[in-house]
Design a protein around this ligand. Structure first.
Ligand SMILES: Nc1ncnc2c1ncn2[C@@H]1O[C@H](COP(=O)(O)OP(=O)(O)O)[C@@H](O)[C@H]1O
Ligand SMILES: [Mg+2]
Length: 239
């Protein structure tokens, strides 16, 4: 179900921050079903802050966040997960003391057993490299494998909206490109709406449909990602 304009997720005039410090100064953004929206911007622009506010980890000071065209009230991460939103924070966080298999079980912990098992299977079919490592402690995984596990975990609940904060961070260039291709496959295969923050700007523009540039807590540019694949245009709006 999407809203009248087809948007699954929309952020309207969002203002938020930490304590007394305002970070976002009125951000508007939309993500449609099956669409990848890239959020780029320099360090400290407020990209992670935006994802946190959308996922209910920060209070919305002004403006609103809508899912299916309806305002999210009393938005807590738990409620949002149940309504089909998932969030993978920056820094491939997994439960390091648990095995890969146990991590995946945690990902589906809110589901009935059968659906949880199906979810784990689906996630493993997207990330087959995890299968031989099910009994391995997550701590011993490489950075790339941890990132795959964090993504796999987020997919177990079959989210309709996926928020990804720098999924390629710390990955070698080839692995980063591969990770982004998998993310594209998730959007195309499952019709998932994806809002992705990425430092690897040129790479993310290749998989994204729309792009927003955030600068000092405001959207300084938005439009089709294709347009910014032109190097001079990218320089103009980003550098
Ligand atoms: N937990 C926090 N407490 C206070 N200020 C924060 C916190 N997290 C981030 N900030 C500040 O908010 C601003 C935006 O940060 P962030 O959203 O993490 O930027 P980005 O992800 O675009 O690099 C920065 O000035 C940063 O220092
Ligand atoms: Mg960040």
């Amino acid at each position: 179900m999407a809203s009248e304009n087809g948007c699954l997720l929309s952020v309207e005039a969002l203002v938020t921050g930490y304590g007394k410090k305002q970070v976002l100064a009125g951000v508007d953004l939309e993500v449609k079903q099956g669409e990848i929206v890239a959020l780029i911007g320099h360090n400290g622009a407020g990209k992670s802050t935006l994802l946190k506010a959308v996922f209910g980890l920060l209070p919305v000071w002004q403006g609103r966040v809508c899912l299916d065209g309806r305002e999210l009230e009393l938005a807590t991460p738990r409620r949002l997960l149940l309504r089909g939103m998932a969030y993978v924070p920056q820094g491939n966080r997994v439960f390091t003391d648990l095995s890969v298999g146990e991590n995946l079980e945690m990902g589906g912990v809110t589901l009935p057993k059968k659906r949880s098992k199906e979810g784990v299977e689906r996630a493993l079919s997207l990330f087959p490299a995890l299968r031989p490592r099910l009994r391995q402690r997550a701590e011993t995984l490489s950075g790339g494998e941890k990132q795959m596990l964090a993504l796999a975990n987020a997919l177990i609940l079959s989210p309709r909206v996926l928020l990804l904060d720098e999924p390629s961070l710390g990955l070698a260039p080839l692995l980063a490109t591969e990770a982004l291709h998998r993310i594209q496959a998730i959007a195309q295969g499952n019709n998932t709406a994806i809002l992705i923050v990425e430092q690897k700007v040129r790479e993310v523009l290749r998989i994204a449909n729309q792009v927003y540039v955030l600068r000092n807590g405001r959207v300084s540019y938005s439009g089709s990602a294709e347009v910014l694949e032109d190097e001079s245009k990218l320089r103009e709006v980003y550098l």
